[in-house]
Design a protein around this ligand. Structure first.
Ligand SMILES: NC(=O)c1ccc[n+]([C@@H]2O[C@H](COP(=O)([O-])OP(=O)(O)OC[C@H]3O[C@@H](n4cnc5c(N)ncnc54)[C@H](O)[C@@H]3O)[C@@H](O)[C@H]2O)c1
Length: 372
């Protein structure tokens, strides 16, 4: 029996291409693993009315980790229109399989390391090395949304919240409400994860990102929870910044920052900014991590226009595989893989179109594999 069982979830579009590339390097590393393929994504929505089939959920309960490519998702109306004719009348609603996966398996940490590998001509500045901890299950992604707004809800809000009065007289379909829900426990555990990481890797500072001066209830709670957690880590400096100021400061002086931790939506925004500073979508990798399961993926989507062309950069996915190796405790193999990626980037001889090269997805993976 193999040492590990890894769920292999290519998904849609270029997800298939980049996972094929990741397999090349993992096989070269001779990881003692059984790779178990799983169904996820748009095709399963169209054919079965379920983008995250029950069999895939069962599979994820029985693996050590998962590597995920990307999925296509579309707005509600297009989703309904693309369903197989026999499913059109069943009243099915499309839900993002990624958001569901994060919530079902309580993958509360979204970890996004953003490192500028030396010599990458896409680096905003050499030497950038940031790590983003994004809360992954709460906040504006809680999924509690109303459009149109039920009259009962409007009546309660009018009674309880004075600032609601300008909206109270609107017709239900003239506005929408998305609830931002943050819990003390959820805020504390993501901040604790960031501090634990900082302690383990001797990082110089943890920065809390919020907008507590305006979004007082939820972000106020997040900041308060963060300050209380920070007391257990007196040796690690902590500061905090508003999300808007943070985007500016990060661009102005990325070297003032190290580990960043944020509620879900701000974490999403800031991690895209950080990824762009170290080469963009072709380099952005991510781990969705819970207590029992972790799912690793590139941050990019399914880029349908490049699907099946083996044109896109596999490095984001190969770095996600490196994160997976670290999580499994295979730190030597993880370090070897990162070293091989860094070498190929530094040499600058092999690269996909976004790196200014002409090589295919698989050629880049083979070049990395050759360094192992
Ligand atoms: N995690 C995910 O699965 C995920 C994330 C984002 C978007 N999506 C979905 O993907 C679909 C396409 O979305 P999109 O076009 O906004 O975003 P995208 O990330 O798929 O692609 C945007 C553009 O970025 C470039 N790009 C992306 N990945 C690249 C790579 N590895 N190498 C080089 N260039 C790369 C391409 O030019 C591409 O057209 C949508 O259906 C969207 O909902 C999925």
């Amino acid at each position: 029996m193999a040492k590990y069982r890894i769920a292999w979830l290519p998904g849609d579009g270029i997800g298939v291409d980049v996972l094929e590339a990741a397999k090349i390097v993992l096989e070269k590393l001779q990881l003692d693993t059984e790779y178990v393929p799983g169904d996820i994504g748009w095709e399963f929505w169209r054919r079965e009315g379920e983008a995250f089939p029950a069999r895939t959920i069962e599979l994820l309960k029985k693996v050590d980790a998962a590597l995920f490519g990307a999925i296509t998702s579309k707005p509600a109306k297009s989703a309904a229109a693309e369903l197989a004719p026999a499913l059109q009348t069943k009243g099915l609603t499309y839900r993002s399989p990624i958001v569901r996966m994060r919530q079902l398996f309580d993958l509360y940490i979204c970890l996004r390391p953003c490192k500028a590998y030396p010599g990458n001509r896409l680096n905003f500045k050499e030497g950038i090395d940031l790590v983003v901890f994004r809360e992954n299950t709460e906040d504006l992604y809680a999924g509690v949304e109303f459009a149109p707004v039920p009259l009962e809800l409007a009546a309660v809000l009018e009674k309880l919240a004075k600032p609601f009065s300008p909206f109270a007289k609107l017709a239900p379909e003239q506005y929408a409400i998305s609830c931002k829900i943050n819990t003390r426990a959820g805020s504390e555990r993501i901040v604790r994860a960031a501090f634990e990481f900082a302690r383990k890797h001797q990082r110089k500072k943890v920065t809390i990102i919020h907008k507590a001066n305006v979004v007082r209830a939820t972000d106020g709670l997040f900041l308060e929870a963060a300050r209380s957690v920070a007391k257990s880590y007196p040796e690690i400096p902590m500061d905090d910044a508003n999300i808007d100021a943070m985007t500016m400061w990060l661009l102005k002086n990325p070297f003032n920052y190290d580990v960043l931790v944020a509620p879900n939506l701000y974490g999403d925004i800031i991690s895209d900014l950080c990824a762009q500073m170290v080469g963009g979508l072709g380099f952005g990798c991510s781990g969705n991590i819970g207590e029992k399961l972790a799912v690793f993926e590139p941050t990019h989507g399914s880029a349908p226009k490049y699907a099946g062309q083996h044109k896109v950069n596999p490095i984001a996915t190969i770095l996600a595989a490196k994160m997976m190796l670290d999580w499994l405790g295979e730190s030597d193999k993880a370090a070897q893989l990162e070293g091989a990626v860094a070498e190929v980037i530094k040499e600058g001889k092999v690269g996909t179109y976004d790196m200014g090269g002409r090589n295919t997805t698989l050629e880049v993976a083979q070049a990395i594999s050759a360094k192992l």
